[in-house]
Design a protein around this ligand. Structure first.
Ligand code: ADP
Ligand code: ZN
Length: 681
């Protein structure tokens, strides 16, 4: 587009409204706008924000075009998105089937720019007078990784596989140092929950005054200021949760995604994107390297290494002198049998082995943590005698209890009647799987009256402030036993924590999701890595389970992760699940049960029509409609339809056509599409 002055011309603008494509407006200012400039556009009676895409060569003559307005503040109106980010925004919109204008609006800060002179409060990481911290000499594995990553030119994705505490962060810091030396900037993404002052401190100590931070708890003013400090080039490293991807950093030279396997990189509302996948695509548009770091990489990333798309770098030993922990597996079936003959004083969920483990830890003045993997409310029943859980014969996921009498597969809708007696061993009575952290806490208070016990789960810990407070109390050794859900397992590092117990590992094994085994493996391995990170003696880990032979338990003990990936990927291949096939989840919601079900059924009917109408869609599989595991949520009835296809392009095109025409839906029912869904709820 020319930037010289012209008479009024038609331009395409992506407006912030639920409209998939761009609209045409009139440009009336003298200086022509650069693509990527934000403007104010009239839409009906409202004025909305929009982003200029380019000239409209063939504007429709049907309507009179309305002019757009520039933003008030000169500096704000002069800014435009770099071409790389504009392209990335278009990709997001097309890939995740989300209105372009709503994607692009996320690139801009919430408030107007303030001049630097007006800024009063300095955030702690901004202090440029701090002494830069001396970097440790890299170990040879770290040095190799750094050199190889720097050797690749342009875009390349690297998977940095290193056990917990192996020094991955140190690798990021060293690569960043070189990127900054080349005059470029870096972006470091971490899961929101891991974005603690400790982490930010580590980066800002190495690079004083060069770090900006974006997370959900900053004020709009702070966010805007952090955003501009990167755009102006005043700061060179942006650390943030997934939304930091939307800061259009100029001259981006490196993207790091730490803990890349973390499900929290997936956004579950509006634009349902995966932060890791989107980061890799952004790296390709910015022609820069991307490092994905993890001790337990996702199946997707591992398969990408096998296919030669990602380069693998391994850190096999811990950077400090500590050892990997001893892992004890406690078979709950045996515990139960034993207690039938010899009743125990201990609560049903606590084995003698774990009890003694906690007791001796407290005697040494050290800390214990108990995890209970309690997720959501989809109810699965298990036999307490043999550990049996009913599975769908078609989809190999656990069946969920619906309306107290049916067991339902929420992938394909398969249903069977629930029985009281276990259909496998014919002895046990099926009962809901899982117990609560509250019960564990209250039992512990009775068993260890002297101990200081704290509970950390979504009910207890609601804000970043509360989480940081908890971390501090653990660090100061003001807590003896910590009880919590997996939210406390993420990346925490406490010197005195030497005993970790998993109360009932099975909850995760039978989560009704094809990723249940992968998640359990990641959780168990990550949790195991929390114990004894700084002690000379290895930490002690106790895994209580009805399925001691479950793969995830076995890897947590043996640390043989490669054979785990092989067998899990084999199963995914056999069952046609990602990473070998692509899936999309259509969620149908409505206030009226019959209408919602009918809408779901007509959507499926339309899906079959599409399949037979176009040859490319022959390979598409349509499953459902099935009730969602939480079939009523916030007063809405929910059904879902699962779409599988071998290629991502096919599935996207299929879904696009499927939702384009909403005539098949009753009014009052709504469809949402989730491409590459992570949570099947
Ligand atoms: P990860 O990110 O893999 O969990 P970190 O980078 O946090 O590992 O390193 C774990 C600990 O080891 C940290 O306390 C870090 O300071 C230390 N460390 C890392 N690399 C080295 C090294 N080369 N020499 C000495 N200590 C190191
Ligand atoms: Zn099924």
């Amino acid at each position: 587009m020319s930037t010289s002055s012209t008479s009024d011309r038609a331009i395409q603008v992506a407006v912030e409204a639920p409209i998939l494509g761009p609209l045409t407006y009139l440009w009336t200012y003298e200086q022509f706008p650069h693509p990527g400039t934000q403007v104010i556009a009239p839409l009906g009676k409202r004025k909305v924000k929009g982003v200029v895409l380019g000239i409209d060569e063939n504007p429709s003559t049907e309507f009179e075009l309305k002019p757009v307005l520039l933003k008030e503040e000169e500096e704000d109106s002069k800014f435009f998105l770099p071409e790389s980010h504009l392209k990335w925004g278009k990709w997001l919109s097309e890939y995740y089937l989300h209105p372009l204008g709503q994607v692009l609006s996320q690139f801009f800060p919430p408030l107007k720019k303030t001049s630097n002179r007006k800024r009063k409060n300095q955030l702690f990481w901004e202090d440029p007078t701090r002494e830069p911290e001396q970097a440790p000499t890299l170990k040879s594995e770290q040095e190799n990784a750094v050199q190889q990553i720097l050797k690749s030119s342009g875009f390349q994705t690297h998977l940095l596989l290193g056990v917990t505490g192996s020094g991955k962060t140190e690798v990021y810091l060293n690569v960043l140092e070189e990127i900054l030396r080349q005059g470029k900037s870096g972006l470091v993404l971490v899961p929101e929950i891991a974005l603690t002052p400790q982490l930010v401190d580590r980066f800002s100590k190495r690079f004083p005054g060069q770090v900006a931070v974006i997370h959900s708890q900053l004020t709009e003013r702070e966010k805007t200021d952090q955003w501009w400090s990167m755009i102006d080039g005043q700061r060179k490293i942006l650390i943030g949760a997934r939304s930091a991807l939307f800061c259009p950093i100029p001259n981006l030279g490196l993207i790091v995604v730490d803990e890349e396997h973390e499900p929290s990189f997936k956004q579950e509302e509006k634009l349902r994107y995966h932060g890791r996948d989107a980061a890799v695509v952004l790296g390709s548009f910015c022609k820069c390297p991307v490092i994905l770091g993890s001790a337990t990489p996702s199946m997707e990333s591992w398969e990408n290494v096998q296919e030669g798309k990602y380069q693998l770098h391994e850190l096999k030993s811990r950077a400090t002198e500590s050892h990997m922990p001893d892992v004890h597996i406690v078979d709950l079936r045996e515990v139960r049998e034993h207690r039938r003959d010899e009743p125990s004083e201990l609560p049903f969920w606590l084995s003698d082995t774990l009890y003694e483990g906690i007791q001796s830890t407290l005697n040494r003045g050290e800390q214990a943590a108990l995890f209970l993997n309690r997720r959501g409310t989809a109810q699965t029943n298990q036999c307490p005698e043999c550990g049996f859980v009913s599975e769908c014969p078609n989809c190999a996921v656990s069946l969920t209890v619906h309306q107290r009498s049916d067991l339902v597969c929420h992938y394909c809708g398969y249903t069977e009647a629930q029985t009281k007696r276990c259909p496998s061993c014919h002895v046990g009575q099926m009962e809901p799987l899982g117990l609560g952290t509250e019960l564990v806490e209250s039992d512990l208070l009775k068993l260890f009256p002297q101990a200081r016990i704290a509970r950390a789960d979504r009910d207890e810990i609601q804000s970043r402030h509360e989480l940081e407070d908890l971390i501090q109390r653990m660090e100061k050794n003001e807590i003896d036993i910590l009880v919590g859900t997996q939210m406390i397992a993420k990346g925490l590092d406490f010197p005195k924590l030497t005993c970790v117990g998993l109360v009932l590992a099975d909850v995760g094994f039978h989560w009704p999701d094809f990723r249940a085994t992968e998640r359990s493996y990641q959780l168990l391995t990550q949790v195991t890595g929390r114990a004894g990170r700084h002690s000379q003696d290895p930490g002690q880990v106790f895994i209580q389970t009805y399925s001691p032979n479950h793969q995830s338990v076995q890897v947590a003990q043996s640390h043989q992760i490669k054979s785990f990936y092989e067998s899990e990927l084999g199963e995914r291949r056999d069952l046609n699940y990602p990473p070998f096939a692509r899936i999309a989840l259509l969620k149908i919601q409505g206030n009226d049960k019959t209408k919602t079900l009918q809408s779901s059924q007509s959507l499926v009917k339309r899906a079959y029509q599409l399949k037979s109408a176009f040859e490319v869609f022959e390979s598409v599989q349509v499953l459902g409609p099935a009730p969602a595991p939480l079939s009523r949520l916030r007063g809405k009835y929910r059904y879902q339809v699962l779409i599988k296809a071998p290629q991502s392009q096919v599935i996207r095109e299929f879904c696009r056509r499927l939702i384009q025409d909403d005539k098949c839906l009753h009014s009052g029912t709504k469809v949402q599409v989730d491409i590459d869904p992570l949570h099947m709820l």
